[in-house]
Design a protein around this ligand. Structure first.
Ligand SMILES: Cc1cc2nc3c(=O)[nH]c(=O)nc-3n(C[C@H](O)[C@H](O)[C@H](O)COP(=O)(O)OP(=O)(O)OC[C@H]3O[C@@H](n4cnc5c(N)ncnc54)[C@H](O)[C@@H]3O)c2cc1C
Length: 455
């Protein structure tokens, strides 16, 4: 089960599970009296320990790893389940967020692993470069996103991990390891969507494209039945297309189409499959301010200010929320949408919005899109944990005929056995993790339960 109810319960900070810290490290991580317990971004999860370390150098990360029996890397805490939690020690690389190198020959950028996309995207653009895709928000760290197979949308866009060409990480012995797509083709596909299981990643190298501008237009009120024959046609209308629905009235509330200036047709028709072109910026969630969303209305702007739905300096999404998401093969897109719509009476009152996106197949062992073009059905729920945790199994049941795979960073109630059966390279992944972490130093309850069946 990816997120059981127990995982929501506040746990007392534990001091056990690691050896005594040096005085300096102790100061770095000791919670001050009155410090609020550390929570994830949405606030639905209280981390199980307040032992959080903030190293500034790779040597400090190595030191921490050598000192502790159990330790887990933390990104920007945007996951909704306990995938980044630890009962013992957490290490955040938020002080290690710089650009290390921009290689204008290889067309790659290397960043420290604490870097968030929104922090260095403008720098890339100024230097003539772009990333091929981004998630709905630029606030997340590159490695947190890539470790969980985070994705944007686009028939020809794979998830964000596919841009990674090399990683540097500290393994369980404290040694620095480097793996790259070119030098380690056999195991690299097992290491990038790594769920934090191989070590503490300290640097990430990403492939770059020449920079480009984009436009974004939104259409309102598309009848769901138009998707039966036009789903792929609609998805191919832009570089990245998202459909937002609250499942009421057999209607897609908003269709967001993001296009590359000069590559796709950017002149927007006034009507598309019955949906009408919006003339003002709109937020996907009714009642939320359009000030938070990236510019729409066909106004061109740099890729990093159009590809995410939300602006870097503003609150993404609804805020106090929960999220779940399931990937199914793209050929099941319409049937899966219809199946989900059948739940509208039960689910619509409890959600802010659902989003439907496409993701091209990749080759990462632990990616839900491993060797399959997929469609992802995402839901942003109101933050009523008890109700949502009763509704998620209904969604899973409804999507079951289409072999759904849950997002690693979102809520699910799928059994570990069923989850494991969906990953044909799981044993290879476990062997790879054991190579770098033989004693399970980087395993937490989430991994023990979901991958190893030990809880
Ligand atoms: C408002 C909102 C919108 C979202 N939109 C999208 C979306 O559009 N598409 C999508 O697919 N997902 C989306 N997500 C989910 C999000 O992308 C994932 O939760 C992602 O993992 C967040 O990255 P993070 O930096 O917060 O990582 P965390 O949640 O902090 O950690 C995630 C995983 O990464 C590991 N990790 C972090 N740092 C390291 C490191 N240095 N070394 C090794 N492992 C590490 C952790 O151990 C953990 O396993 C959204 C989430 C929110 C809150």
């Amino acid at each position: 089960m990816i997120m059981n109810k127990r995982s929501f319960l506040k746990r007392l900070p534990l001091l056990a599970g690691g050896v005594m810290l040096s005085q300096q490290a102790m100061v770095a991580c000791a919670p001050k009296q009155g410090d609020p317990p550390l929570k994830n971004w949405a606030g639905n999860l209280t981390f199980s320990t307040q032992n959080v370390h903030y190293p500034s150098t790779v040597a400090e990360v190595q030191d921490l790893v050598k000192k502790h029996d159990k330790i887990k890397a933390l990104g920007s805490r945007h996951s909704f389940n306990s995938i980044a939690d630890s009962l013992h020690q957490l290490v955040s690389l938020e002080k290690m967020n710089k650009v290390v190198a921009l290689d204008k020959t290889a067309h790659t950028v290397t960043v420290e692993a604490g870097a968030r996309y929104g922090e260095f995207a403008p720098y890339l653009h100024e230097n003539g470069y772009a990333l091929p895709n981004l998630a709905s928000l630029p606030h997340i760290t590159v490695i947190g996103a890539c470790s969980t197979a985070t994705h944007g949308s686009g028939l020809k866009n794979s998830n964000l991990s596919t841009s990674v060409s090399a990683i540097e990480f500290v393994d369980a012995s404290g040694q620095l390891a480097t793996l790259s797509r070119s030098k380690n083709p056999e195991i690299f596909p097992g290491a990038v969507v790594g769920l934090g299981a191989l070590g503490i990643v300290t640097k990430v190298t990403l492939d770059l494209l020449p920079t480009f501008d984009m436009t974004q237009v939104v259409y309102l009120n598309l009848p769901i039945n138009e998707l039966e024959n036009n789903f792929l046609e609609l998805q191919s209308r832009g570089y990245s297309v998202s459909l937002f629905t609250d499942w009421r009235d057999k209607n897609i509330n908003e269709v967001w189409i993001k296009s590359q200036v000069g590559k796709e047709v950017t002149a927007a028709e006034l009507e598309l499959f019955g949906a009408k072109l919006a003339t003002e910026n709109v937020h996907p969630v009714v009642g939320e301010s359009a000030e938070h969303v990236t510019e729409q209305r066909g106004i061109p702007g740099p890729w990093y200010e159009r590809m995410p739905h939300f602006k870097m300096g503003f609150k993404p999404s609804a805020g106090e929320e929960l999220q779940s998401e399931y990937f199914v093969r793209i050929e099941h897109a319409y049937d899966a949408i219809v199946a989900m719509e059948k739940l509208h009476e039960k689910i619509s009152p409890h959600l802010f919005i659902s989003e439907i996106r496409t993701i091209q197949a990749d080759n990462f062992w632990m990616s839900p899109c491993y060797q399959k073009d997929s469609v992802a059905l995402h839901t942003t729920w109101k933050q009523d944990v008890d109700t949502v945790m009763k509704l998620i199994p209904l969604v899973e049941e409804q999507l079951a005929p289409f072999d759904p795979i849950p997002h690693w960073a979102k809520l699910s109630t799928m059994s570990p056995q069923l989850l494991q059966s969906k990953y044909e390279r799981l044993n290879d992944f476990k062997q790879l993790a054991a190579q770098y972490d033989p004693e399970g130093k980087f395993r937490n309850e989430f991994l023990d339960e979901n991958l190893y069946g030990q809880i």
